[in-house]
Design a protein around this ligand. Structure first.
Ligand code: MLT
Length: 267
């Protein structure tokens, strides 16, 4: 089983393909299996590595009460180094995007390109922070099964396949309770990174689901507009999780990014 020892923790990852490293960074409360269709579909163009971040999936449990985005970003830098690479294409979704932006701020030279899927640079609003506390309460009162049912209803598009529903439920119900609590606390205190966007100098792809209710298409377009030269792809018939809802559309966009076919992106 492949694990990288980083910052005192064993982090699980799954790997496919050869070539330049592409690191896939999951959202909350998910794990590396979010990216299985990408590992399958992109192995011919990249060494694709999907990691379970600290506390998630098969990686070591989280000990700190707050899982900060900066801590997770530092772990990613450690994974890239442990894999023997100098840099990586970073492909991230939602909370993974918060971590990817923190990584770009802390270690820009390690990021060869950036893909941000259904994510945002702004911090939580006051209402957003209160909603995280309420989610933690519901989780502890009603358990993961009830929360997964609620999240499947809220995160996927209007007509989700049974496969997408099943994969999302497996990821949510496989996440440790203490990881939920620590990650909610970490997202709650993450800083606003909007001012970083204008300084992003690597090829950037911004992907949204056209039925995402959490990060709306408008928010996705605003994020892309703030990043010089970023390309936007709006995935049809997908909510918050295009990699499992419409893997072919996501893979095609990533192939175009990785193969540099749209040469105008490259600066
Ligand atoms: C995610 O998908 O990673 C989370 O929904 C992000 C968030 O709650 O802000």
């Amino acid at each position: 089983m492949p694990f990288a020892r980083v910052n005192g923790n064993m982090l699980f990852y799954r790997e496919a393909g050869e070539g330049p490293l592409a690191l896939f960074v999951h959202g909350f409360p998910l794990d590396h299996s979010l990216w299985l269709d990408q590992l399958k579909g992109l192995a011919h163009v990249r060494r694709c590595v999907a990691v379970d971040m600290r506390g998630f999936g098969r990686s070591d449990p989280v000990v700190d009460p707050v899982l900060t985005m900066e801590m997770l970003a530092d772990d990613l830098a450690g994974v890239i180094e442990a894999l023997g690479a100098d840099s990586a294409d970073i492909v991230s979704l939602s909370m993974g995007g918060y971590v990817a932006l923190a990584l770009y701020e802390l270690r820009p030279a390690i990021v060869r390109s950036l893909t941000l899927i259904d994510t945002r640079a702004v911090a939580d609003t006051t209402e957003g922070r209160a909603a995280r506390d309420a989610m933690a309460d519901r989780l502890l009162d009603n358990g993961r099964h009830a929360l997964a049912t609620e999240m499947i209803g809220g995160l996927l598009g209007r007509s989700p396949s049974q496969r997408a529903q099943a994969r999302l439920r497996s990821m949510i119900e496989g996440t440790r309770y203490e990881t939920f609590i620590a990650a909610l606390a970490g997202m709650k205190e993450r800083p606003d990174r909007s001012s970083l966007l204008a300084r992003i100098e690597v090829p950037t792809l911004v992907i949204g689901g056209d039925e995402d209710a959490l990060i709306t298409p408008e928010q996705t377009r605003e994020l892309a507009d703030a990043i010089p030269g970023a390309r936007t792809v709006m995935v049809s018939e997908a909510g918050h999780l295009p990699p499992i809802e419409q893997p072919d559309q996501v893979n095609q966009s990533l192939i175009e990014l990785f193969e540099g076919r749209k040469v105008v992106w490259w600066r």
